[in-house]
Design a protein around this ligand. Structure first.
Ligand SMILES: CCCCCCCCCCCCCCCC(=O)SCCNC(=O)CCNC(=O)[C@H](O)C(C)(C)COP(=O)(O)OP(=O)(O)OC[C@H]1O[C@@H](n2cnc3c(N)ncnc32)[C@H](O)[C@@H]1OP(=O)(O)O
Length: 217
């Protein structure tokens, strides 16, 4: 049977869906895996340890190479279900004079955590993200990020990240715990704005990247 992405190729996207938008209750999902969570499994075709993961979408604010306003984060595969990344704080990222904005740091953590999906061949979006700002981060600092999956429970992927300054073994300046939720490619096709979806689907590189996630044996 044709893949869902293949079925959608060439078919105009007619509406922005709202399947996931509801009068949701505040999430009660804890940020630590439950006792019956399972260990994450590194996909046999996951990028090799040390390999650059690349951007999942060229216009992504976190990792997109064609996004002029973005963070241009580049993550590398770790040996397990973990990734590392570096993010340099620029003047455009300030909150207070000479210091990084906390929301920008949270985005860097979120993006690093988001790239863990490459290693499991799972598409997942952030459900909950809790950040802790341990120390101020000055402009020009290189933040050394490290993220790992701590457990999987159904579609819920529990993960944590740290951002260190002064080197990969330096003191922790920021950290985060998160729950990502596995979704299918339809999540984006049904909810994204038509203009960008059509452009993405016309880009063979983008389609190849999305297809890489559709087979998850
Ligand atoms: C051509 C195009 C190609 C594109 C190729 C892109 C490829 C790769 C993209 C990667 C991108 C990453 C980029 C960086 C990370 C973001 O920035 S992602 C963007 C920010 N996040 C979002 O926009 C998510 C918005 N929220 C939603 O869409 C929906 O609420 C969700 C998360 C999909 C969940 O909705 P749902 O599928 O209806 O979930 P539901 O069945 O109710 O719940 C399933 C389970 O998850 C739990 N859960 C649901 N919501 C939450 C929540 N918010 N918190 C905690 N737990 C939750 C439920 O309690 C339930 O648990 P169990 O009962 O099974 O124990």
């Amino acid at each position: 049977m044709a893949s869902s992405l293949a079925r959608r190729l060439g078919a105009p996207v007619t509406a922005v869906g709202s399947a996931h938008v509801s009068a949701a209750q505040p999430s009660k999902t804890p940020l630590v895996p439950p006792d019956d969570a399972v260990a994450p499994v590194r996909h046999p075709e996951a990028p090799a340890p040390g390999e650059l993961l690349g951007s999942h979408y060229a216009q992504c604010f976190g990792c997109g190479g064609e996004q002029p306003h973005g963070l241009h984060l580049e993550a590398r595969a770790g040996e397990g279900v973990n990734v590392t990344a570096e993010f340099t704080v620029r003047t455009a990222h300030q909150g207070a004079p000479g210091l990084a904005h906390g929301g920008v740091l949270a985005t860097a953590l979120d993006e690093t955590l988001g790239s863990l999906g490459w290693l499991m061949h799972v598409i997942a979006v952030t459900g909950r993200l809790e950040t802790e700002f341990v120390a101020p981060v000055p402009v020009d600092t290189v933040l050394h990020l490290d993220a790992r999956v701590t457990g999987v429970h159904g579609r819920k992927i529990y993960c944590s990240a740290t951002g260190r300054i002064g080197g990969p073994e330096g003191p922790v300046a920021v950290r985060a715990d998160a729950v990502f939720i596995e979704v299918k490619v339809e999540h984006f096709l049904d909810n994204g704005r038509n203009e960008e979806i059509q452009a993405a689907m016309s880009d063979p590189d983008q389609v190849r990247r999305a297809r890489a996630f559709e087979v998850n044996p």
